[in-house]
Design a protein around this ligand. Structure first.
Ligand SMILES: [Zn+2]
Length: 95
């Protein structure tokens, strides 16, 4: 996902502040674990306890971990929640 902090490292002239909460730089770890947008949905889902146990440093590590420790249903739920959050973020940024 092209988080703003990553775009800046690639030379794109843009703000790195999270467009959803405007409380921190938009990074992978912020989007997944720090942003109130995603947290508000995860905390009412059935994956909240497993989700709180993981650290997010890279997508590779994250997907390797959930592939090994989460059920298919939990992975599908995570993908749905994160896609919906990313879609909401994109609508706010681009519309
Ligand atoms: Zn945020």
């Amino acid at each position: 996902m092209p988080f703003l902090s990553r775009l800046v490292t690639k030379g794109v002239d843009c703000s790195v502040v999270c467009p959803m909460c405007e409380e921190a730089n938009e990074t992978l770890s912020h989007f997944v674990k720090g942003c109130p947008l995603l947290q508000s949905v995860v905390t009412i889902s059935s994956i909240r306890d497993k989700f709180q146990q993981i650290n997010i440093d890279s997508y590779g590590e994250f997907f390797a971990y959930i592939g090994k420790h989460w059920s298919k249903y939990e992975r599908d739920l995570w993908m749905t929640i994160s896609w919906m959050a990313w879609d909401a973020r994109n609508r706010k940024v681009f519309e």
